[in-house]
Structures are given as structure tokens and as C-alpha cells.
Design a binder for this molecule. Sequence first.
Ligand code: MN
Length: 228
Amino acid sequence: MPNFAIKPAPIVGLPIAGRTDLFPVRRVYCIGRNYAAHAIEMGHDPDREPPFFFQKNPDNLDPSGRFPYPPNSNDVHHEMELAVMLKSGGTDIALGDAMDHVFGYALCLDMTRRDLQGVAKKMGRPWEIGKAFEHSAPVGPIHPAETTGAMDQGRIALTVNGQLRQEGDLNQMIWKVPEMISYLSQYFTLAPGDVILSGTPAGVGPVAKGDEMELSIEGLGNMTVTVV
Ligand code: MN
């Protein structure tokens, strides 16, 4: 153990369904516009252009079921997503090998300060201020891939206070899970503990304090996240 000048930050550990050990998070990659219907609702062409990614911080992942409404925004949106957790990594991962690196899957939200993201887009600035804020990625327990299978299809949905807001199918992803892993590995060295948020179906919209969001993906169950 090296002698650190100040106390190092703790490693972020996420719960695993049915187990007591935790999944240690290294990095969080997020893909943009990965469902055609969402690309269209955001004013973009849904054609299959090369994917693009941004990052959140490991400690933005929050399994508590509570989402504190962040400061400096009046337009915070939900984006319901499938999170993919990696148990191994590398560079230039072949498409056919990509799924061997998957540890498991979880329900996740890519909460977004849409007003600040909009300003950033307009000014040609990076998105972190709109995307990578505290508690911005509520996440459910991780379901190991041995129990779920490949998670390449199935209903993905989000309700707010019982009203359906987002609905789609994992099979509508423009870039599939193995394609995202292979593509990312051409630009970054992927490693155990990396997390990939795989994009959101159509129907993103604002939340307010007191709202109850119900996340669901077929095969991963449900989770309630309360805006506080
Ligand atoms: Mn997203």
C-alpha cells in the first residue's frame, strides 16, 4: 500500500443480485443517440453514423434508489438505459469476442441537465456539466450474464408516477452491445470494472422533486427511484 499524501477516494462498489460481494467500478462510458426514435425526438438523423461516447464519473453511479435533484438546472430529464458491466477488457477486441468480456447487466438512468446540455451543444462545448454531475446515474443491482443471457432483446420502459414515459425494445439499439465494446476498445483500453450505458429509447422528459420513476427491463426486473 503506497503512502498517499491525502486519503484516497474509496472504490465505488455496486451490489450484485443474490450475492454479497460488490462490483468495483473503474470507468463509465455512455453512448449517445443509440435508438432511432430518440435520435429523431432530439432533432437528429437516425442514420447509422459512427457511434459517439461521453463519460460519467464512477461515483455518479448510485444504487440507493434516491435521486437528489441537482443544482443549477430547471430541466432535468430521465433517460432509461441498459448498463453493461465488464469483467475484463483490452484493446482492439474482435466483435466475436466482445461478449466474453461482459460480467453482467443492470437497470440504469442517465439523468441529464437538459438545459445545460443544450447550451453546451449550441456552444460546441463538452457535455460534462449536463451529464456527469453527482448521483446522475441511479443504478439497480447487477445481474450476472450467466443468469440473464445476452440481453439483446426485451422490453425497456420507464414510468413516472405510474404513467408510461419511455418504452422500447433492446433489439432497437442502433449499435449493439458487442459492437459498442469492440468500437470503444479501438479508442480506449477497456478493463475490468468498466461500465457502458447503452443509450435511451424515445420518450425522455423532465422530472420534479417527489416523482417516482419505475425502471424496468425484461429479465432484470424493476426498480423505483424517487426524486428528492
Ligand atoms: Mn443517455
